[in-house]
Design a protein around this ligand. Structure first.
Ligand code: GLN
Ligand code: ZN
Length: 784
């Protein structure tokens, strides 16, 4: 590492710096906004429904912010973030900050209020919402900025400054957090009409003046630190994109002078080139790295770190719910301290705690043993502080030994380890697991048995879930109604769904999934190795939260999970009834996964459990089995160099589930995204007999892959209408879409189905939509 000629003489550094910094070595990147009991969700939804006022919403929000600041301050955290609260999304907040409101929302300048803000987020009566997309590889979704060459930026939301002042008034000094200008632009999309011709980074010099204004105002309000989140730095960036960081932070240099400036990166390590660019930024005094997912971060720092600057070491995992291994973190921190110097190391979280659950205190149903293995956001704050104190020579021995004991109990617990499962999963790694017969021969064998018309029709699984249905499930769970009554009610529902499909003349039926609350939870509850929280909510988008199961142990299947319902359903009809399962990769990607073995090992274990279920369904006479892999693409790593490894084990896991079935058993899978072109070869490698995919955004994109000559021999059902909208498509419109597909795909492999499950729709929408779908398929059959 280099020596910094600007640093003060050592005697000065000691007396001035060591005092303040010794007490300052703890930081949190960001905190969940929803509140421990989803208070913000309910306040937002009631405001949107017109049931409460803007003031009510502001009050709930201010209370949440103040309790979070107080909690961090009481825990001893020295660098507490502000402006990580949001009414909807931090990227949308940034869009508001720089006044980048798309013209269709009719904003006329001035401070952006709830009206314009929520219209961008959710649409209004006349204008649809802005697009939403996944935040890196998390389950959080942000509102994608739409920028064109015409945008006039202006300082239009003072939220960052207001929240800084609000905390200060409460006696809490905070680090205001902004989405960095370069990541912001790289996360944006070109506005309609300029898609091809326009470089988003060309706007950099236009947005920096707004950032300068914000920084100046924060300084005037008394801020001494500022944090820029630049997570794009962990991606594969081109040289000109890296240069944009150098340019931006040199333009900001004058405004930033006098401040300590942190650039936070997270979700992976920073590639070598980006690390060089980042650590050479002159106006920046602190760099934050993810040391949990960023497995190479330590080596990067060992290779050189600018002297006199701070390293924020993200050792406490913001993406998971496990208690930190404090002893191991402490040794990492000690190693880092040896490199960057005693007063330059700050203990931090790997990323914002937004992506973990809020507070373990509210988990009254989890047993004590499992609870001792966990840490949610509130507990992680305490861990960060404990590590910082230990680093400064005030180790809380009792806290550390309780942590060590919990970790030891997790390691040795018979609830975690199942030797037989470990062995079976380990044996899978090196073999291929493929059905012996190739897909076209299988399809022939299946057709002989199923005797389906050309362009067969089907649906994706779930049928509308009425209030009544949800109530029955809830009452059964709460033991308010008997098993017998519950089964009776479900049978009745299944029978209704079967009759509807027969009347509609659909070819391959489903039972409608009335017994399932959630496609992952339903299986998790029946498998060993899973635990469920009462309040472990994580924000997905806006007011929407998900409650992922926790996979804590080796996964096994004590008994059949779906055979009872599928058999009942099949007995109600002569038509083929699809068995309906969730695939291993989706179960994995939608859960909090154990961190004591590689993800693929856990995935293989789930695959084995699902394999048993597939084979039991086959034995029970179910000839078509759908194994949903809705979230397979979601698990794709951020960096291209890691894609192949992930796709290989993910696809392998899927094949494990069904490699043992007869040729005549037809395996379907379903995927929930339209963007499948870049992983088409992996999808083919899954070797399913039929795949149905979401296709609502564009037929063109999907079809282009086949036009380009990709060989595809299996059955394929690109969704012919969008189930996310209440709109009822016409027969003509559906027929039109099928015809477009027939121009590129062989008629004998094409299936006709909606985009996804019908769970959230109403029967008044579903019945006419499906009837138009069947009519369209029939019309085209006569033409073939
Ligand atoms: N079978 C599930 C359903 O129809 C699939 C849902 C999904 O892919 N998200 O609800
Ligand atoms: Zn879907």
């Amino acid at each position: 590492s280099t020596t910094n000629s600007n640093s003060p003489p050592s005697f000065l550094r000691f007396s001035f710096r060591s005092f303040s910094i010794r007490a300052m070595a703890s930081h949190i990147v960001g905190y969940p906004r929803m509140g421990p009991k989803r208070e913000l969700k309910f306040a937002l939804e009631s405001f949107w429904d017109g049931k409460s006022s803007a003031e009510d919403l502001q009050k709930v929000s201010a209370d949440l912010r103040s309790s979070i600041w107080k909690q961090m301050s009481d825990a001893g955290i020295k660098l507490i973030p502000s402006n990580t609260f949001s009414y909807y999304d931090q990227v949308l907040d940034t869009t508001a900050m720089i006044g980048a409101v798309p013209p269709r929302y009719g904003w006329n300048g001035g401070e952006i209020g709830f009206d314009v803000y929520f219209s961008m987020a959710r649409g209004n009566a006349s204008v649809p919402a802005m697009e939403m997309t996944k935040w890196f590889d998390t389950n959080y979704h942000y509102i994608v900025p739409e920028l064109g060459p015409e945008v006039n930026f202006s300082y239009a939301s003072h939220k960052a400054v207001n929240e800084y002042k609000e905390a200060k008034a409460l006696g809490v000094e905070t680090v205001p957090v902004l989405v960095g200008p370069v990541s912001y632009l790289l996360l944006s999309k070109p506005a309609k009409g300029v898609e091809k011709s326009f470089s988003l980074l060309s706007l950099l010099d236009k947005i920096l003046p707004v950032y300068q204004e914000v920084v100046t105002e924060l300084k005037a309000a008394g801020a001494t630190w500022i944090q820029f989140d630049e997570p794009k730095l962990v991606m594969d960036l081109a040289a000109h994109e890296l240069q944009a960081f150098t340019h931006a932070y040199s333009v900001l240099e004058a405004s930033l002078s006098g401040l300590d400036v942190l650039i936070a990166t997270y979700f992976a390590d920073v590639p070598v080139e980006a690390y060089k660019t980042l650590t050479s930024l002159k106006s920046v005094t602190a760099f934050g790295f993810d040391l949990v997912r960023g497995t190479k971060t330590l080596d990067l720092v060992k290779g050189g770190f600018p002297s006199g600057k701070y390293l924020f070491a993200g050792v406490v995992d913001g993406r998971n719910i496990w208690a930190n291994d404090l002893a191991s973190s402490l040794s990492t921190l000690n190693a880092l301290e040896g490199i960057v110097g005693k007063d330059k190391l700050v203990v931090s979280t790997s990323c914002s705690l937004l992506h973990t659950a809020v507070d373990l205190v509210n988990e009254t149903k989890l047993d004590q043993e499992i609870k001792s293995w966990l840490a949610f956001a509130a507990q992680k704050v305490v861990e960060v502080n404990a590590l910082a104190k230990a680093l400064s020579g005030q180790k809380d021995e009792a806290f550390f030994s309780a942590n060590a004991a919990a970790l030891a109990s997790r390691k040795s617990s018979p609830r975690v380890t199942n030797e037989a499962v470990q062995k079976a999963a380990a044996a899978l790694k090196d073999s291929d697991h493929r059905r012996v017969t190739n897909v076209s021969a299988r399809l022939d064998a299946q057709q002989k048995k199923l005797n389906l018309p050309i362009l067969p029709t089907t649906t994706i699984g779930s049928f509308p879930q009425t209030m009544d249905l949800r109530r029955v499930r809830r009452e059964y769970k709460a033991k308010k109604i008997s098993e017998e009554n519950y089964v009776e009610a479900m049978k009745e529902e299944i029978n209704k769904v079967v009759k509807i499909q027969e009347e509609l003349d659909i070819d391959v039926l489903v039972h409608g999934e009335p017994e399932r609350n959630d496609m992952v939870e339903y299986f998790g509850e029946q498998l060993s190795g899973f635990a469920f929280t009462a309040n472990g909510w994580v924000q997905s988008y806006g007011s929407r939260c998900v409650k992922p199961p926790i996979i804590y142990g080796d996964v096994s299947r004590p008994k059949a999970m779906t055979v009872f319902w599928s058999s009942i359903a099949q007995s109600m009809t002569k038509r083929p009834m699809k068995g309906m399962l969730t695939g291993p990769v989706t179960i994995l990607n939608w859960s909090f996964v154990r961190n004591d073995q590689p993800r693929f090992e856990t995935c293989y274990q789930i695959a084995l459990a699902i394999k048993d279920e597939v084979e039991d369904l086959e034995k029970a006479g179910i000839a078509v089995i759908q194994i949903d892999e809705a979230a397979l693409r979601e698990g794709l790593p951020l960096r291209k160099s890691e894609h192949t490894f992930y796709l290989d084990w993910a696809v392998h896991s899927f094949r494990i589930t069904n490699c043992g079935v007869k040729d005549t058993t037809q395996i379907h899978t379903h995927m929930c995204y339209s963007n499948f072109n870049d992983i088409i070869h992996s999808i083919i490698d899954m070797d399913a007999d039929v795949i149905t995919i979401e296709n609502s955004r564009s037929d063109e994109k999907l079809l282009s892959v086949f036009r380009e000559g990709v060989k595809y021999g299996a059955g394929i059902g690109p969704g012919v209408y969008d189930i996310h909208s209440p709109r009822i498509p016409s027969e003509e419109e559906i027929a039109d879409r099928i015809e477009k597909m027939l121009a590129v795909l062989e008629s004998n492999i094409l299936w006709v189905n909606p985009d996804c499950g019908l769970k959230t729709r109403k029967y008044t929408e579903v019945k006419p939509a499906l009837s138009h779908m069947v009519a369209a398929a029939k019309r085209l059959r006569t033409k073939l």
